[in-house]
Design a protein around this ligand. Structure first.
Ligand code: FAD
Length: 470
């Protein structure tokens, strides 16, 4: 292996091949569930260097784990425990190569942090709408490799919908130049779509051409108290009917999730936390004016109160208040972590079936494990819930997880399947859910996926074991 390390040093420069010291930032996953061991962390600075690293690893038969910001939640971007894998970090490839205002596109390198991509678009007077709580650390390469969702999917779609072209280093170390800003191109198979969402198992994304949008004149945020999930779904339909494509965000949060924020971050003001079973955060963007957006929003909320799908509501007066409301929503995962270990799910179900899914699944969980606490929140506008399960109050969370995690996962995923949903809405499969996939994906779909993997990575060198399992 020292011969490979020497070759890698020749490819990217010795300081960019890390083999000693604390490599925890690259070896430990964000949720701290898994700590792997890398043969080396390699940090190329250009596409040519990525290709050279891949060729060197392929020649040595060494597998590669691509990594961006390492914020993934399904153990997909960290090495296994063998000490034989190379982590290929894209973090040094962070240039904005081009912004084309008239074509409404920008081309950026894979290691560009999402917030920097948003900022570059903003500096050009435009909008790149992908937005998620990890945006200060996650990279566009990671976002595309996981087909990230976030808070604007309702209006703009997942990362997949925001990408027009890709540059990819293949498993054999060739470069596929697919950086195009075309919105129409029907010249055969759409290779770009294969790499998006493939979680580093089919190729290494080195750059992407992204869609930009005109920046709206106003963005307003409101919070509504709602009596049940059923009422939240009715409110969604009402908001879609009245605001149309102006409705850019629709997040639902159960009262226990909100109580956790109030308990662990008492400095935050959580609206209606004592009086309402659910809170809904709505975002309305408008290309005319703030006054127009506000009038539209207020009329929607009046109608919601009249029709009984909301019991109270407030529209943020200014940007600071809007940020406070979003901050409450974004604090739920951290508040949950403060409360203790928990079982996380990132599921989707057709929106019309979400009320019945929540009612039935909640009852089944309570019957199976009395006292269990549900942290139910998520992107209701996309049919995506983070349907998480916390140990009963006061119990030993570690022991609870050991005894119940598998049972809870099976119960929830079986329900998701029964309701026509997906066991991973936006986080991907990684290693965490690889063993579950065969239970919920058809044999035909799995065999087609394996065929694609064999065709693009015949020696199984790119992120082996992730998505399709061993
Ligand atoms: P990494 O974690 O480094 O890698 C993720 C996967 O992509 C791995 O399989 C890795 O091998 C592969 N990969 C990374 N870069 C490349 C590349 N250039 N080429 C090929 N493969 C690559 N996700 C959502 O979808 N929606 C959310 O709302 C959301 N909220 C989050 C909030 C928090 C607080 C956190 C910590 C995470 C959240 N996530 C969310 C999950 C995570 O941020 C996303 O999955 C993100 O897209 C990962 O980007 P990354 O650069 O950190 O990728």
């Amino acid at each position: 292996m020292t011969a490979l390390i020497d070759t890698l040093r020749a490819c990217v420069g010795a300081p960019n091949v890390l083999t000693e010291g604390d490599l925890g930032a690259w070896e430990q996953d964000w949720r701290k569930r898994v700590r792997g061991k890398a043969l080396a962390v390699v940090r190329p600075a250009s596409t040519a260097e990525v290709a050279a690293v891949v060729r060197a690893c392929a020649a040595a038969g060494t597998s590669i784990v691509p990594q961006g910001g390492n914020t993934g939640l399904v153990v997909g971007g960290v090495p296994d425990a063998s000490g034989t894998q190379v982590v290929l970090s894209l973090q040094r490839m962070h240039a904005v190569r081009e912004v084309d205002r008239e074509n409404l596109t920008m081309t950026v390198e894979a290691g560009c942090v999402l917030q920097a991509v948003q900022q570059a678009a903003d500096d050009a007077g435009l909008l790149f709408p992908l937005s998620l709580a990890a945006e200060g650390s996650c990279t566009i390469g990671g976002n595309l490799s996981t087909n990230a969702g976030g808070t604007q999917v309702l209006r703009y779609g997942n990362a997949r919908e925001l990408c027009l072209g890709l540059e990819v280093v293949t498993a054999s170390g060739e470069v596929w130049e697919g950086l195009t800003g075309l919105r129409k191109d029907n010249t055969g198979y759409d290779l770009r779509q294969l790499f998006i969402g493939s979680e580093g198992t089919l190729g290494i994304i080195t750059a992407a051409t992204l869609k930009l949008y005109p920046r709206p004149a106003a963005t307003l945020t409101a919070w509504a108290a709602v009596p049940s999930v059923r009422h939240a779904v009715r409110l969604l339909a009402l908001a879609q009917g009245r605001l149309g494509s102006g409705l850019t965000g629709f997040e639902m949060m159960g009262s226990f999730a909100l109580q956790l924020v109030a308990r662990h971050y008492p400095q935050q003001r959580v609206p209606f936390v004592e009086d309402s079973p659910y809170g809904v955060l709505l975002e309305n963007t408008d290309h005319e004016s703030e006054a127009h957006a506000r009038a539209q929003f207020e009329s929607l909320l009046e109608a919601a109160l009249e029709e009984g799908c909301a019991t109270d509501a407030v529209v943020a007066e200014n940007l600071a208040q809007a940020h406070q409301l979003w901050h409450v929503r974004e604090s739920i995962p951290m508040a949950q972590a403060e409360e203790g270990l928990n079982v996380k799910h990132d599921i989707s179900v057709p929106i019309s079936r979400i009320p019945a899914f929540c009612e039935e699944t909640g009852a089944l969980l309570e019957k199976s494990i009395p006292g269990v606490r549900l942290v139910n929140f998520g992107h209701l506008g996309d049919g995506n819930l983070h349907y998480n399960v916390q140990a009963p109050q006061g119990g030993d969370a570690q022991a609870f997880l050991r005894a119940n995690e598998e049972r809870i996962n099976t119960l929830v995923y079986d329900q998701v399947h029964r309701f026509g949903g997906s066991i991973s809405a936006e986080h991907g499969i990684g290693e965490l859910k690889a063993a579950k996939l065969p239970h919920y994906k058809s044999p035909v779909a799995l065999e087609l996926m394996r065929a694609v993997k064999r065709a693009l990575d015949p020696d199984n060198l790119l992120n082996p074991g992730r998505v399709l399992g061993a």
